[in-house]
Design a protein around this ligand. Structure first.
Ligand SMILES: *[C@@H]1O[C@H](CO)[C@@H](O)[C@H](O)[C@H]1NC(C)=O
Ligand SMILES: *[C@@H]1O[C@H](CO)[C@@H](O)[C@H](O)[C@H]1NC(C)=O
Ligand SMILES: *[C@@H]1O[C@H](CO)[C@@H](O)[C@H](O)[C@H]1NC(C)=O
Ligand SMILES: *[C@@H]1O[C@H](CO)[C@@H](O)[C@H](O)[C@H]1NC(C)=O
Ligand SMILES: *[C@@H]1O[C@H](CO)[C@@H](O)[C@H](O)[C@H]1NC(C)=O
Ligand SMILES: *[C@@H]1O[C@H](CO)[C@@H](O)[C@H](O)[C@H]1NC(C)=O
Ligand SMILES: *[C@@H]1O[C@H](CO)[C@@H](O)[C@H](O)[C@H]1NC(C)=O
Ligand SMILES: *[C@@H]1O[C@H](CO)[C@@H](O)[C@H](O)[C@H]1NC(C)=O
Ligand SMILES: *[C@@H]1O[C@H](CO)[C@@H](O)[C@H](O)[C@H]1NC(C)=O
Ligand SMILES: CC(=O)N[C@H]1CO[C@H](CO)[C@@H](O)[C@@H]1O
Length: 464
């Protein structure tokens, strides 16, 4: 199955904004490192942030160095959770709407010298089984934000940090924003917009309302649309360049326009938009006064240089303008996660016996970080599970029999009680089953003995 993910790369507006969120029902906003049970509403956005304690099993909480705890710094950055142990550590979230729903997922990092080592780490970020990005932090105060738009393949969202041997991974903020579900069009709320004054450009502004009577489906915020970049007199056109690291990377580009100057009768603002020379949107386009129009690439653009050019037509008496631009990188992730039956079974086993191992994220994938004590084969199925000496107590859970690709199962030397399950005999691939060193009672199912006596199953047990 191919999942189409869009990695949010840049959102540029002409004015700084944190969008006021109206409906937070599709939001999960986590302040990493905040004490368990704490919550607060952000002062500028009124978004409700909660502690990360219920979403993560490992790691330790820290405050950033007091030197950097200024009043100007958003509260979310005052704490971090760091992961000194284990190669891969994961957050596991079950947002209000699960499988099939599309989310903007955002992680943010500010090191703030929380560990007094004076050196920001470098680590990898995974979304579920797929590498999302590498996190590199320039200095103690720089803030790194990674965003991705993702359609959930299951009801869980796993965001994992992987230690690359270049310092201890940590995280400051983790946010999920439910997007409306038809493609990109019915866009996100709470995007982060970065103000940009392009070189040799002036900023036009208005205090008038925009889009009062029509509803632009892309919903760029009013405050973003109220300003526009226009080139200074001497320069007639707008040229913007994206230089992707990977020339094969594909981008969708969305440009938002609204006229914010009341034009005189003898004035015209009219232009053509091209992306890599490809005409994009209507020709001789004239932004409407106080209404947003969005021009976007129908097919994704790629190359080592992606050039966006906005040139006035011969009729135009004014220079072109642009109010805001967004570029999304397409990521077609092909790696499938572990089979859902195995995931459900192993999660149930983990919960049932309170297994104390580094069991986080997807059980099998990436294969390098598969859960301790289990082995997998591709397509990702669990083929062996070794829980010997793991302190398991109680009955043998039928969930073991839902690991239908299992070949070797070792449950020896625990405190398991009760009967040997019948269903073990019907696991088609089972070749080794070790139940020794438990307090099991009753009879071994005859079918199981049959498989053992004809040599197709290596069975070890001791019944009381
Ligand atoms: C830290 O890095 C950011 C870029 O991420 C830069 O803008 C800032 O000036 C740097 N600060 C210091 C103190 O070096
Ligand atoms: C801005 O204008 C100056 C002076 O006209 C020119 O030297 C410079 O190249 C311009 N910059 C850009 C990005 O066009
Ligand atoms: C808006 O534009 C006017 C001039 O047109 C300028 O005086 C004012 O400072 C601008 N305001 C902002 C917030 O940029
Ligand atoms: C438009 O008319 C005004 C006078 O009403 C004049 O000042 C201005 O230069 C004219 N602009 C153009 C582009 O002709
Ligand atoms: C704008 O596009 C139209 C249609 O492709 C073309 O006829 C016109 O020459 C273009 N104008 C400029 C200034 O590129
Ligand atoms: C626009 O003007 C250029 C020269 O400045 C000319 O080559 C071109 O043919 C004109 N286009 C139209 C559509 O008039
Ligand atoms: C399970 O792990 C133990 C060590 O913890 C080892 O002795 C045993 O051989 C393993 N079982 C299998 C089936 O590999
Ligand atoms: C085994 O999987 C089925 C779904 O295929 C599920 O209905 C059942 O509850 C699972 N059994 C256990 C014990 O988890
Ligand atoms: C062994 O017995 C099992 C259960 O009766 C049967 O399914 C399997 O085919 C037998 N294998 C061999 C090698 O005879
Ligand atoms: C930039 C980026 O995230 N690329 C990823 C796209 O998906 C593939 C397959 O999962 C990854 O290998 C890339 O790293």
């Amino acid at each position: 199955m191919a999942l189409f993910n869009f990695l949010l790369l840049v959102t540029i507006a002409s004015f700084v904004v944190l969008v006021q969120a109206q409906d937070q029902s599709g939001f999960v906003s986590i302040d990493c490192g905040l004490p368990d049970g704490s919550r607060y509403n952000d002062e500028s956005t009124d978004i409700k942030y909660i502690s990360d304690a219920e979403f993560v099993e490992s790691g330790t909480s820290h405050s950033i160095n007091t030197e950097f705890q200024t009043n100007f710094l958003e509260k979310q950055f005052q704490n971090v959770r760091s992961f000194p142990e284990g190669k891969r550590n994961c957050y596991d979230m079950q947002p209000p709407r699960g499988k099939g729903f599309k989310y903007l997922i955002r992680t943010r990092f500010m090191y703030g010298n929380y560990d007094n080592l004076g050196k920001a780490p470098e680590f990898d970020l995974y979304l579920g089984v797929n590498l999302w990005d590498s996190v590199t932090i320039d200095n103690v105060t720089s803030i790194v934000t990674k965003e991705i738009i993702h359609t959930l393949g299951s009801d869980h969202v796993h965001v994992c940090l992987v230690n690359k041997g270049r310092g201890t991974p940590f995280m400051s903020v983790l946010e999920l924003r439910l997007l409306k579900n038809d493609m990109y069009k019915d866009d996100a709320y709470d995007r982060l917009w970065t103000p940009r004054r392009l070189e040799n450009f002036t900023i036009l502004n208005t205090s008038l309302a925009i889009d009062q009577t029509s509803n632009n489906i892309f919903q760029p915020p009013l405050i973003v649309m109220r300003t526009a970049n226009a080139p200074k007199r001497a320069i007639q056109y707008i040229n913007m360049l994206i230089e992707p690291k990977d020339p094969k990377a594909k981008f969708y580009i969305f440009m938002h326009f609204a006229e914010i100057v009341e034009l005189q009768r003898n004035e015209t603002r009219e232009f053509n938009v091209t992306v890599n020379g490809e005409p994009t949107g209507p020709t001789a386009f004239s932004p409407r006064f106080l209404f947003t129009d969005t021009i976007f690439t129908k097919n994704p653009a790629s190359g080592s240089r992606i050039e966006i050019s906005i040139r006035p037509t011969n009729r135009s008496t004014l220079q072109p303008i642009i109010n805001a631009i967004e570029a999304y990188q397409v990521n077609e992730s092909l790696q499938s996660p572990t089979h859902q039956l195995d995931v459900d079974a192993i999660r149930k086993i983990k919960a049932m016996y309170r297994v104390k191992k580094n069991w986080q994220g997807d059980p099998c994938i990436p294969l390098d970080y598969s859960w301790e004590g289990l082995n997998c084969e591709n397509p990702p199925r669990i083929v062996s599970l070794n829980l010997s000496f793991s302190g398991l107590s109680g009955l043998i859970d039928p969930a073991f029999c839902n690991l239908t690709s299992i070949q070797k199962l070792d449950l020896s030397n625990n405190n398991l009680k009760g009967n040997v399950l019948d269903c073990f005999a019907y696991l088609p691939s089972l070749t080794e089953l070790n139940l020794e060193g438990n307090q099991l009672t009753g009879l071994v199912p005859p079918k199981l003995l049959e498989r053992s006596s004809n040599g197709s199953l290596k069975l070890r047990f001791a019944l009381r």
